[in-house]
Design a protein around this ligand. Structure first.
Ligand code: ZN
Length: 240
C-alpha cells in the first residue's frame, strides 16, 4: 500500500497537481484520493438481475475511475489493490486528514420489492445513482459538500438519482440531504471510521435489468466517471 502512495505522490510532485481549473478556487485540498471497491470475492455484496456479483462491478468501475484520475494527474491509491478479504477497518487505514475517501458500490432494493418468481432478485422498482455520507464522520460537512457537488454534476450529465433509500420502511428511511441524490447514513462503517472526508457512491441499482445494462456499458460508466473527476478537478485542490 505504501509503495502505491509513494508512486503517485512522486507523480504529483513532478506534475504540478495542486492547480484547480482556471477561474475556480479550490475550497478544500487533499494529497490523494483513496478509491475503495466495495466488498470482496467471498462476500461479494448484491447480486445483479443477471446473476453477477456486485464486487465485480465495483472493481471494474474503480479501475476505470483510477485511469481517469491518472489522466488528470490526481494522486490516488486503491484500498484493496490485491482484491483480498479486506476488513472494513483496513479499508480506511490510509485515510489521514489529507485524503479523500471514495467507496464505490452498486445498489439493490429491499427483498419485498424483488420478483418472487425470479432468483436472483430482478425488479424495476428502483434505478439510478445515489451518494451517502455519515454525520459520525469527523469531516461530515466537507464530505456532504463534495457529495453534493458530485451529485449535481451527475444530474447535469442527464442522470437521475434513486429515491428508494428515503422510503419510510425498515432498513431504508435515510435522510435525503440533497435532492440530487445525497443521503445521510450515519452507521456505514467505512464512512464513519474514515479519518478523512468520506463518501460512498452507489453507481446503479443492479437488481434492475435496465440499470444493470447501463452499469455494464462502458460509455455510461465513462459519463459517471467524467462527472466525478470533473468535480474533483474543479472544486478540490490536490497538493503535496
Ligand atoms: Zn455494496
Amino acid at each position: 500500500m505504501k509503495s502505491i502512495i509513494t508512486k503517485f505522490l512522486s507523480v504529483a510532485s513532478a506534475a504540478v497537481i495542486g492547480c484547480s481549473a482556471p477561474g475556480s478556487a479550490a475550497a478544500v485540498s487533499f494529497d490523494y484520493v483513496v478509491l475503495d471497491p466495495g466488498h470482496t470475492p467471498r462476500t461479494p455484496g448484491a447480486i445483479s438481475a443477471g446473476n453477477a456479483p456486485e464486487h465485480g462491478f465495483n472493481n471494474v468501475f474503480v479501475r476505470e475511475l483510477a485511469q481517469a484520475l491518472e489522466l488528470e494527474q490526481i494522486p490516488y491509491l486503491i484500498s484493496n489493490v490485491k482484491n483480498a478479504e479486506l476488513s472494513l477497518t483496513d479499508r480506511v487505514k490510509n485515510t489521514g486528514k489529507r485524503a479523500l475517501f471514495i467507496s464505490i458500490h452498486h445498489d439493490s432494493v429491499q427483498p419485498q420489492y424483488c420478483n418472487l418468481n425470479t432468483s436472483p432478485c430482478r425488479t424495476d422498482y428502483a434505478s439510478g445513482y445515489s451518494l451517502f455520507v455519515s454525520k459520525v464522520n469527523r469531516n461530515f460537512r466537507i464530505s456532504k459538500e463534495i457529495a453534493s457537488k458530485i451529485a449535481r454534476a451527475l444530474r447535469q450529465s442527464g442522470l437521475s438519482p434513486s429515491v428508494h433509500h428515503g422510503e419510510k420502511i425498515p432498513n431504508e428511511s435515510k435522510i435525503l440531504l440533497d435532492h440530487n441524490g445525497v443521503y445521510q447514513y450515519d452507521n456505514l462503517v467505512v464512512l464513519k471510521n474514515a479519518s478523512s472526508p468520506a463518501i460512498l457512491i452507489e453507481v446503479a441499482v443492479i437488481t434492475n435489468p435496465q440499470d444493470e445494462l447501463l452499469a455494464r456499458n462502458p460509455r455510461h460508466r465513462a459519463k459517471i466517471i467524467k462527472a466525478i473527476v470533473k468535480t474533483l478537478r474543479e472544486y478540490i485542490g490536490f497538493e503535496r
